[in-house]
Design a protein around this ligand. Sequence first.
Ligand code: ZN
Length: 427
Amino acid sequence: MKNATDHAQNLLDFINRSQTPFHAVHEMKCFLSAKGFTEINEASAWNLTSNGKYFLTRNDSSLIAFIVGSKPDAGFKIIGAHTDSPNLRLKPHAGYVKSGYMQLGVEVYGGVLLSTWTDRDLSLAGRVILSGKKKPISKLIRFEQPLLRIPQLAIHLNRDVNKKGLVLNAQNHLPPIFSLQKKATPDEVLKKMVAKELQCKQADILGLELSLYDTQPGTLAGPEEEFIFSGRLDNLASCHSAMHALAESKKNDPATRVIAFYDHEEIGSETAQGAGSPFLKDVLERIALNENREGFLRALAKSFFISADMAHAIHPNYSDQHDARHMPLINSGPVIKSNANQRYATDAMSSAWFELLCQKAGVAVQKFVVRSDLGCGSTIGPITAANLGIRTVDVGNPMLSMHSIREMAGAKDHASMILAFKEFFKA
Ligand code: ZN
């Protein structure tokens, strides 16, 4: 890959195939395998070799990959990010009929910008649990064609909407239209479609874990293709840049290089495969297995963690929502995020450290702190920092419309972040 447009297009190809964390992890597994990484799993014994490349997953929705360092106590260089994005998910008994329509009940996953899910050509993706010979098995599924829509009420029936804004009740106003009423129930219709798609028996379907997604693919945009318009930029863009930086890091390094991508960041990370779980710590301990406990702790003390998650760019129509001296601009470089109350894990030392890294990579850096009268978002940074006791910096590329069904970021920034991460993983 040569220029910013190539990197951005490569990111779009990845996101366009990654409608859910399950799909994102599947895509990353394929990429890493092609780059010479070996899959291992937590239930088996590991025989890791120095400079060996490995990856493993939890729940098929979180992934850790690493290149074993040549010196076991030299520490870990880690980049963390998250695989999940806010969306709408089908309820277990999703289907019902109302006013002559078939509809599907949905739950809100994470901090969805609800209005953006209306009037889009939606479909379904996720995983299906099938009965296997010995135990249930999981299969990826994605319907390519538009299947669903959450139609807005016509303005004639909602005259004040432009003055008062679109107010959506999650229970009453979000269930999408699936079809018109027919003899079969909506759940029967859905099950039949799933069985056809997976070429399995309906009786073998034990469970569905399906999310709604926008069928419109992400695209480059702007007069010079300087922008990226796509869903799930938060935070698949960070996963993509870190994964490429790791896969393309060449020379052997005394330190172990790690990428850790977690599911469930958008709902607080406190799950078995979230950033609040022992997943990463377990893996680091097993990498350092030949060391004694003291050697492992020495390695942790020499380690550094980059928590990569997208940042809020300045919005020209709402510029008063930013602190006047902290207004990250799209395509002006990665953003270091800090917060006095440690909603971001950055401190002056880790910030300086990342800035130096960017300097070496020839990449400009910006800084963000939220307005003092607004609450601050958070990331996996403080959670992993507290779990591991490793110095951490929170960084991310500037973007607009965060948590919208269709977000916006800069093509050049993506290439810059890859350069910065490559510098981090350089021996
Ligand atoms: Zn995020």
